[in-house]
Design a protein around this ligand. Structure first.
Ligand code: NAD
Length: 335
């Protein structure tokens, strides 16, 4: 299939070119994000391949359909950036990569927890300055701490497996409990109970209307004083201004995020020579107990290989008119 790939970085090109040797699609690797202005680049193609911050709203989807696009291949798991209902109405199929490496995201999640707990980001800077004092670097043992996992799908399950190894007590909230998690001793509780008992709360549910700002002023009030909050899922799961208030008054003792509600204007680009205009994000950067990574939790070579392979297989299936098990249908957005 002739595919226009938007938001392409060097690493995408590398992995897709290698895997495509076997699949033989005609791929144009385009650097721009998919926006109203850049849809023109999709002219003459049958499919577009996009990433997490390419927003495919109704207007863009109508435009793409008029240009003859029949397929949107998401090279990510989440599909909250695509108006699935409109895509269906205009006859564009949407496929995604539901699982590539849940380990990559789960391991990054644990990395954030450990770095925040043991203040590795601060220790790194101190030691480079010749400062070997330990004041302010004290952490806590993970063993015996209660961790609340919100969403126990593929990634949440891996997080539970890893935390089991640390000897944590695991609580979970998920409308569809996972038997494997239950078997390893994870206790399913209500969201309120999870929030009120957990020393660490980690988010692994998708972004949907029900989970939008699942962490806000109301849920923060239910949490323990000094709680650690980790979000490697989607930025809009947390209300950032409310979380900043929580950091200021000490309710949140640690914050680790790999995603940010307004990340589309920031992440995946080198902005080191520019002045960041987002004051909320800038405020987050001022806290000593906050670690932010720029949506890199998925970013391992193993995951990239798997993303490229599944994306290209999805495109091949649609091109051949076969059923694609990774198609996002209206069922996925049903309440
Ligand atoms: P998954 O579909 O396997 O699991 C999601 C789980 O969330 C399911 O068990 C589901 O029942 C549960 N859930 C649904 N609604 C819920 C609710 N209201 N409250 C609590 N749980 C709810 O997905 P996954 O592969 O584990 O991925 C989880 C999320 O991680 C994705 O939606 C995506 O946003 C994010 N993600 C981030 C990165 C990254 O690089 N930071 C990479 C991949 C995925």
């Amino acid at each position: 299939m002739r595919v226009a790939m938007f938001s392409t970085k060097s690493y995408d090109k590398h992995y897709f070119e290698t895997v495509n040797e076997k699949q033989g699609h005609d791929i144009a690797f385009l650097e721009p994000r998919l926006t109203r202005q850049s849809t023109v680049l999709a002219e003459g193609y049958t499919g577009v391949c996009v990433f997490v911050n390419d927003i495919l709203d109704a207007e863009i989807l109508h435009d793409l359909a008029e240009k003859g696009i029949i397929l949107i291949a998401l090279r990510c798991a989440g599909f909250n950036n695509v108006d699935i209902k409109t895509a269906h109405e205009v006859g564009i199929k949407v496929v995604r990569v539901p699982a590539y490496s849940p380990y990559a995201v789960a391991e990054h999640t644990i990395g954030l927890m450990l770095a925040l707990n043991r203040k590795i980001h601060r220790a790194y800077a101190r030691v480079r300055e010749g400062n070997f004092a330990l004041e302010g670097l004290m952490g806590f043992d993970m063993r015996g701490k209660t961790v609340g996992v919100i969403g126990t799908g593929k990634i949440g399950q891996c997080v539970c497996e890893l935390l089991n190894g640390f000897g944590c007590r695991l609580l979970a909230y998920d409308p569809y409990p996972n038997e494997t998690c239950r078997e390893m001793g994870v206790k399913y509780v209500s969201l309120r109970e999870l929030l009120s008992q957990s020393d660490i709360v980690t988010l692994h549910c998708p972004l949907m209307p029900e989970t939008y700002h699942i962490i806000d002023d109301t849920s923060l009030r239910m949490m323990k004083q000094g709680v650690m909050l980790i979000n490697t899922s989607r930025g809009a799961l947390i209300d950032t201004p409310d979380v900043i208030e929580g950091l200021k008054n000490g309710k949140i003792g640690y914050l680790g995020i790999d995603v940010y509600e307004e990340e589309g204007d920031l992440f995946f680009e080198d902005l080191s020579d520019t002045v960041i205009q987002d004051d909320v994000f800038s405020r987050l950067l001022t806290f000593p107990n906050v670690i932010i990574t720029g949506h890199q939790a998925f970013f391992t070579g193993d995951a990239m290989q798997s993303i490229a392979a599944t994306t290209l297989e999805n495109i091949t299936a649609v091109e051949k008119g076969e059923d694609c098990e990774n198609e996002v249908t209206l069922e996925h957005i049903k309440d």
